[in-house]
Ligand binder design. Sequence first.
Ligand code: PPS
Length: 569
Amino acid sequence: MNMLSNLAPVPELYVSYDSAQKLKVEAASLKSHDLTPRQICDLELLMNGGFFPLKGFLSEADYDGVVENMRLADGTLWPMPITLDVSEKFAEGLEIGEDIALRDQEGVILATMTVTDRWVPNKANEAAKVFGADDSAHPAVNYLHNTAGKVYLGGPVTGIQQPIHYDFRARRDTPNELRAWFRKVGWRRIVAFQTRNPLHRAHQELTFRAAKEAQANLLIHPVVGMTKPGDVDHFTRVRCYEAVLDKYPAATTNMSLLNLAMRMAGPREAVWHGIIRRNHGCTHFIVGRDHAGPGKNSQGKDFYGPYDAQELFKQYEDEIGVEMVDFKHMVYVQEKAQYYPANEVPEGDTVLDISGTELRRRLAEGLEIPEWFSFPEVVKELRRTRPPRSQQGFTVFFTGFSGSGKSTIANALMVKLMEMGGRPVTLLDGDIVRKNLSSELGFSKEHRDLNIRRIGYVASEITKNGGIAICAPIAPYATTRRAVREDVEQYGAFLEVHVATSIEECERRDRKGLYKLAREGKIKEFTGISDPYDVPENPELRVETEGSDVDNCAHQVLLKLENMGLIAG
Ligand code: PPS
């Protein structure tokens, strides 16, 4: 058991400044592993004592113990595999006992690691035991199978320097910085509140109550490393937290940012969060309903029961070394104009609540968010980041044969959107792109894919920055179109429009004379003649050009955009 006083410093893995300078020079000649964003988060907490008692990435024996029964090989409680996953190629070239340099994404050496273990993990078993099911609907299982390398390396880490953060520097604290601060201000009992979401009035009420009940001070300890895909970005959230912090009585509450990469592992994650907070000097920890829940599995059911996390935490409370504080579900009681715990609402009174889904809908549609629900400063920040759909960027992606009418309709659409105004419009027409972005490319599958991925990248950047991208390439491959959709949908809507002119009609029109040349074999790999075209199965819109004019086709796209809430009606 590793009981730490919350007054003494927690052991770190850093060497002294002078040794670090020396080691940095020596490490330059070692084989290097470029850390992934998740590994950088893990390494930071390993080095600064946030993951105490770990001394490095898990060895195989520790990994087996953690996966099977949440314990390191020496019996210490540790619920989460902290592993250094690498490619087979990198692993192959290593000797056991060799030191490697661990670098951030810019190549800065953060640490060295002595490789004591190398093994190919049974990922299906890890998924089942740690996350409860080998189901890729779970974000961490998806990561395990589709992002993480095939081989794990384990061994002790020697810390050279912390990962560099340029944002919110004053709000980031190592465990020992927090411990020192608690000592300085005389905080002895500290309740930590873990969060990855913006805080609204109910959260403020429940955290304040939790601290009062535990007769403790409150530490808002949000995760700013990696959270669930699709969450509100941490920049926005931290601005929201700053606003909420002002609502607590002065000197009762503080906030510090935690660069943790969450796994959304529910019960095991709650235990892990507790240990991390103990290491940061906290004595109490709020565990709520469905703590660190990953959402629904592929059968549409919850991965974990709503109170599994609380139960597991309670079971290991002594070993974790922090006391669990129950999270009360707070609701607004209209008649009293006040928040109450859900189980203490006076009989007959009206309870008001807004779910996360409803909040997102109201933000997306620019509808009212009442003051009883959230603080005006928080709503203002959320609206700045998530403007209503009619002000967000989006991409219209035309696909179809050469000569189908894509460019003509795309041009008409561009002009109509510019007439409306409000957002900048960029046309990425097939021919224009091939002149400017892809002039070195031909028409092999590989080159077409590269061409389309480039268009997708530009469109996603335009979409991210609130503009309208209209793309009009042939884009014959369904998989590539799907990849572009995924790139864009991170930032805004993607509207696929199949310009469904038949190959016979395109050939009959032959506006550029290319079909004739293709038939004569003078142009090779010509789409529809000597090269494939995957007809889109579920485009948002299919337009027929035989029988309707360009103006009408462009108008159909506008109607669809209106219907999706992307342009005001
Ligand atoms: S792709 O497949 O999406 O990368 O094609 P794209 O960039 O849209 O380029 C298509 C335009 O290039 C001309 N062209 C050919 N098209 C298809 N196959 C072959 N082999 C070929 N060679 C040249 C053709 O004019 C296409 O223009 P559009 O505007 O589609 O008619």
